[in-house]
Design a protein around this ligand. Structure first.
Ligand code: NI
Length: 207
């Protein structure tokens, strides 16, 4: 196994649409093992193949408690077959070291994929859980989309990027999500204490 180099924002490979994996071969299994090792070493929650230079429809993640035992999950040729609800998600990405911003995500997703042995499985992730948000974030990478394309506030996103010397957002890549934004705003109006809590956490992190 080996640690792979993580590609950073503005490398054009991050904007490519990845190709389906035709067979979960020995070579693919080795790549997955390297991706997991690379993700753990970088202390990331998820990693997609394009981020290590392979334009293939594969991502890995581990949303378990960092203090507890590891729980690696592998998704090959994933398809999001159902999505519903809307939430605010404060996200970063290993390809954008240290930069975090608020983005729009669906609350619930149902995903179909192949596991590391090429067997199909179905996974449901609900209630805006870390798993749900992570699946959407990693799936995006396979489409050439990035978390900043879902940013709720361009000014905040650009500030976060500039702070860590990363290039600004690509306006033409922003994804139209008025329906999600509307639902999030309504939720936030009804739960001001949660908004305040997130604001405090962000401040403490120096975000
Ligand atoms: Ni990412």
């Amino acid at each position: 196994m080996s640690i792979l180099k993580i590609i950073e924002y503005k490398n054009p490979i991050l904007r490519e649409k990845s190709k389906e994996v035709s067979k979960v071969s020995k070579k693919i299994k080795n790549l997955i093992a390297d991706m997991l090792e690379t993700m753990y070493q970088a202390q990331g929650v998820g990693l997609a193949a394009p981020q290590v230079g392979y334009s293939l429809r594969i991502f890995v993640l581990d949303v378990s408690d960092p203090e507890g035992p590891i729980d690696p999950m592998v998704f090959v040729n994933p398809k999001i077959v159902k999505k519903s609800g809307a939430i605010n998600s404060y996200e970063g990405c290993l390809s954008f070291p240290k930069a975090y911003t608020n983005v729009r995500r669906y609350k619930n997703v149902l995903v179909k994929a192949l596991d590391i042995n090429g067997r199909p499985f179905v996974k449901e992730a609900l209630d805006g859980s870390l798993l749900s948000r992570c699946i959407q974030h990693e799936f995006d990478h396979l489409e050439g989309n990035l978390f900043i394309d879902h940013c709720r506030n361009r000014f905040d996103a650009n500030n976060a990027l500039a702070k860590y010397n990363l290039p600004s957002i690509e306006e033409e890549r922003l994804i139209e999500e008025d329906f999600l934004e509307k639902e999030i705003v309504e939720y936030e109006k009804a739960h001001p204490e949660e908004v305040e809590e997130l604001r405090k956490t962000i401040e403490e992190q120096g975000g």
